[in-house]
Design a protein around this ligand. Sequence first.
Ligand code: SAH
Length: 256
Amino acid sequence: MTVYFIGAGPGDPDLITVKGAKLVERCPVVMYAGSLVPKAVIERARDDAKIYNSADMDLDQITEVYQTAFANNQDVARVQTGDLSIYSSLAEQSRRLDQLGIDWQVIPGVSSFQASAAALGQELTLPEKCQTIILSRASGRTPVPDKENLKSLASHEATLCLFLSASLIRKVVRELLDVYPENWPVAVVEKASHPEQRILRGTLATIGDQMEQAGIKATAMIIVSKVLDMQDFNDSKLYDPTFSHACRKARVTEGE
Ligand code: SAH
């Protein structure tokens, strides 16, 4: 018996992996995080599967479902939004499972920061201009360690993807304006990959008002990066005709 933690992807039921979908189809117990995982994602479950929505359950109640499934020797498909490596509560659930001697495994998913970049049609790294992506959040009811404060993260000028921060946009903007000019680009993607997906593009000066006017308060990715309006960058080495790598020999020599 195994508990499979399955990344459901960002919302579109087609964006779960084939492996994840097969497990949802097969497992006799399915528990999904109904606050963010649309029901359509688990509609592929067996007709006789026991379905639980963890949205109104606490950690003890969730653990009880795992224990009962363990006692009945039934595999569990535990379906959570995006990928389990980011803000997923995997750590606290798997710690309980380890204590109980219950096997578990993680099936990766498409994270919402990736779906948001896809919605924007945006590469989040650009050759020589930006080679780092920082995934973080604003400090709110869940505190962020002081060493990870937004101002210090912003000092790198890496692409910043902020989860769980839509309702804190004014605070985010205030902190970032200590480091960046007002015209620094920001994009917000609400409900990436859902039918009701919305995109806002603006700057640190405008994004707060734009989000307020649009009424975007949750389930949104805030992407802050100079790459968002950058056209002036060099081609990468990957397809550079003068550059050889493991899969391809240079076709022309440099300076030719
Ligand atoms: N593990 C998830 C993140 C869970 S935290 C992942 O990998 O995506 C929840 C936050 O994720 C939300 O507050 C929002 O910032 C972001 N999020 C989740 N789904 C989203 C979507 N479809 N579009 C935009 N942001 C989303």
